[in-house]
Design a protein around this ligand. Structure first.
Ligand code: 6PG
Length: 237
């Protein structure tokens, strides 16, 4: 489903509302809410909204468990760190137990960091299905999402939940959740704003996948739901 919001502010508000509703429902049903945060810049405003009244008072923070969809293998305080952005915009301001925040710390050996993160997920999900209640994703102008880039070997990974990867033109590695884990989620929401995303969004949503499919076209949660939150600028005409 696609929901067109008037502007980035309304898109961020809609994302914060979705987060709140998903959290309340998950806690009511299972006593906890597991959410995967997106990196990049688009989600920042929705994180800031979640950190302030009235929205922050509607989230059962004591039962929220935060994970990341991907991370750049840079020091935690590096401005490129996805965890740093989320801490500044949200996590540093809400009463969320530190033990329930799971950053992907991959400043050492990225492959070891991916294995370690997978182990954390195995412990969290235990014998149950690794099904996140909500996964937030962004969309790169090349069709990547999380750190699943076009033509990446990570796209073919069908057993590991977390892998190390690289964006070709970057001088640092990344770790990313893989398609099998993302597609297990109960709800996946893409946040796409700005006219720089018009072309890729049109390509994404055109009838029939491109060949090879763009990474974001491989996000097909089953039996979970997929929602696109886009603003008018990204939606184009
Ligand atoms: C990352 C993100 C990445 C991001 C998209 C969109 O670590 O780079 O996870 O997938 O979501 O590149 O980024 P913007 O929101 O900044 O356009």
């Amino acid at each position: 489903m696609i929901r067109v919001c008037d502007d980035p502010e309304n898109l961020s508000r809609a994302a914060a509302e979705l987060f709140t509703i998903a959290a309340q429902r998950a806690v009511a049903a299972r006593g906890r809410f597991s959410v995967v945060l997106a990196g990049g810049s688009t989600p920042r405003r929705s994180y800031q909204m979640l950190a302030r009244p009235p929205v922050c008072n509607q989230v059962p923070w004591a039962q929220v468990h935060v994970f990341w969809g991907d991370e750049r293998c840079v020091p935690p305080h590096d401005p490129r760190s996805n965890a740093r952005m989320a801490h500044e915009a949200l996590l540093g301001q809400v009463p969320l137990p530190a033990a329930q925040v799971h950053p992907m710390n991959c400043t050492g050996d990225p492959a070891a960091a991916a294995r370690d993160y997978q182990q954390q997920l195995k412990i969290f999900f235990g014998k149950g299905e690794p099904r996140f209640d909500l996964i937030l994703l962004g969309l790169g102008s090349d069709g990547h999402t999380a750190s699943l880039f076009p033509d990446s070997p990570a796209l073919a990974e069908n057993t590991r939940w977390v892998v190390e990867t690289r964006k070709p033109e970057e001088d640092f590695s990344r770790t990313t959740l893989t398609l099998p884990l993302i597609n297990h989620a109960a709800l996946v929401v893409f946040l796409v704003a700005g006219e720089s995303k018009t072309a890729i969004l049109r390509q994404m949503l055109a009838a029939g996948a491109t060949d090879p499919p763009l990474p974001a076209q491989l996000i097909r949660p089953q039996p979970g739901e997929l929602l696109w939150l886009v603003d008018r600028a990204a939606a184009g005409e």
